[in-house]
Design a protein around this ligand. Structure first.
Ligand code: F6P
Length: 341
C-alpha cells in the first residue's frame, strides 16, 4: 500500500507531529510506503512530491510548521483540477490519501471522497472551529501564546495607565479570544459571534480605570461592532473566498481613545500564534490523530475524519467536520461576561 500525505490551509503547530505518527505506524506496523505532496492541494494538482519515510520524520515531533509545506490552493477553482489530481495520484501509485487540514482542505477532501478517492482527513486549525471534534491540534498552542502575551501586557498597561487591545486570530469563531481572554484575565473579550456595543465597551474601560487597573481587551480578528460591518484590512480574497482580515484592533483602540480620552494601543499577535513548537497537549493530540488516521486507512475506512470526543479518538464522516463551523454559543460567552469590567 502506498499512501500520500498532504497538509493544507494555514499551518499550525502539531502538523509535523501528525506526519511523524502516520509514517511511523504506517511503516512500522503496516509496512506501507509513503509519498509527500507539497503545499496542500497544489502537490497532487501539479504533481509536486517529496520523499516521505522514516528518515524524513526523524526529529520533527517538536518542530512547528510543516515539512510538506502548505497553501490555500483550491483544486475546484482550477480548470480540470479534479482530473489532474486523480491522474497524479495514479501516476504516483497512491492507493490512499491522508489530508491534514481545516474547513477548506477537508472540504476538498469531502468532495474528492464523494468522487471515489480513498481519503482520510485529519482536522487541524488553531481556530478550533471544526465541527465533529472537541478540539483541533494547534489551538492549545495558540491559546498559550496569546495568554502569555496578555500576561505581559497587563504589567505594561498598568505602568502607563493605558488601554491595551490584543487582536488574536479567529475570523468566524472566537475560541482563541475566549480561551486566552479567560486564561489571561482580560477585562473584555470580543468575538465574531457576538457583535459588540462600543458604548458598553467604553463603559467597561472606564469602570476598570476607576478600580485602579488598566484594561486589557482581547478581540478576535473577525469581531464586528453591532452597528457596523466587518472590518477588512484589504479586499483580497483567497481561493476559498475568505477575505484577509486584520485591523479591528487598531480601529477599536482609536475609537476607545476618542470616546474615553484614555490612551489606547493595539497589539496584533498575528502569525506568532501559528508559529513555533507545539504544546505538550497539541503533540499528544496530533500524534494520536496520526496513529488513528493511518489505522483508518488500514481498515479501508475512507471518507472519514479522525476526531477527539472526550479522551477517545473516533472516526466521523468527513462531512461532519466540514458541513458547519463550530462557533462559540451565547451561553459559553456569557460565562466569561461575568468577569468583564
Ligand atoms: O488558520 C486559520 C487562520 O488562523 C485564521 O484565523 C486567519 O484569518 C487566517 O488563518 C490567516 O491566515 P493567512 O494569513 O495564512 O491567510
Amino acid at each position: 500500500m502506498r499512501v500520500g500525505v498532504l497538509t493544507g490551509g494555514g499551518d499550525c503547530p502539531g502538523l509535523n507531529a501528525v506526519i511523524r505518527a502516520v509514517v511511523r505506524r504506517g511503516v512500522g506496523e503496516y509496512g506501507y510506503d509513503f509519498v509527500g505532496f507539497r503545499d496542500g492541494w497544489r502537490g497532487p494538482l501539479e504533481n509536486v512530491t517529496s520523499e516521505l519515510g522514516i528518515p524524513q520524520v526523524r526529529g520533527i515531533l517538536p518542530r512547528g510548521g510543516t515539512i510538506l509545506g502548505s497553501s490555500r490552493t483550491n483544486p475546484f477553482k482550477v480548470e480540470g483540477g479534479v482530473e489532474k489530481i486523480t491522474a497524479n495520484l495514479n501516476a504516483n501509485g497512491v492507493d490512499a490519501l491522508i489530508a491534514i487540514g481545516g474547513e477548506d482542505t477537508l472540504g476538498v477532501a469531502t468532495q474528492l471522497a464523494n468522487l471515489g478517492v480513498n481519503v482520510v482527513g485529519i482536522p487541524k486549525t488553531i481556530d478550533n472551529d471544526l465541527s465533529g471534534t472537541d478540539f483541533t491540534f494547534g489551538f492549545d498552542t495558540a491559546v498559550n501564546i496569546a495568554t502569555e502575551a496578555i500576561d505581559r501586557l497587563h504589567t505594561t498597561a498598568e505602568s502607563h495607565h493605558r488601554v491595551l487591545v490584543v487582536e488574536v486570530m479567529g475570523r468566524h469563531a472566537g475560541w482563541i479570544a475566549l480561551h486566552s481572554g479567560i486564561a489571561g484575565g482580560a477585562n473584555i473579550i470580543l468575538i465574531p459571534e457576538q457583535p459588540f456595543d462600543i458604548e458598553k465597551v467604553c463603559k467597561l474601560v472606564e469602570q476598570r480605570f476607576e478600580l485602579q487597573y488598566a484594561p486589557i481587551i482581547v478581540v478576535a480578528e473577525g469581531a464586528v461592532p453591532a452597528e457596523g460591518s466587518m472590518a477588512t484590512a484589504s479586499a483580497e480574497i483567497d481561493a476559498f473566498g475568505h477575505p484577509r482580515l486584520g485591523g479591528i484592533g487598531d480601529r477599536l483602540a482609536g475609537e476607545i481613545e476618542r470616546r474615553t480620552g484614555k490612551e489606547s494601543r493595539a497589539v496584533v499577535l498575528g502569525h506568532t500564534q501559528r508559529g513555533g513548537t507545539p504544546t505538550a497537549f497539541d503533540r499528544w493530540l496530533a500524534t494520536r490523530f496520526g496513529l488513528h488516521a493511518i489505522a483508518a486507512v488500514h481498515d479501508g475506512d475512507f471518507g472519514k475524519m479522525v476526531a477527539l470526543r472526550g479522551t477517545e479518538i473516533v472516526r466521523v464522516d468527513l462531512i461532519e467536520g466540514t458541513g458547519t463551523l463550530k462557533t462559540v454559543d451565547p451561553e459559553r460567552y456569557s460565562e466569561a461576561e461575568v468577569l468583564f469590567g
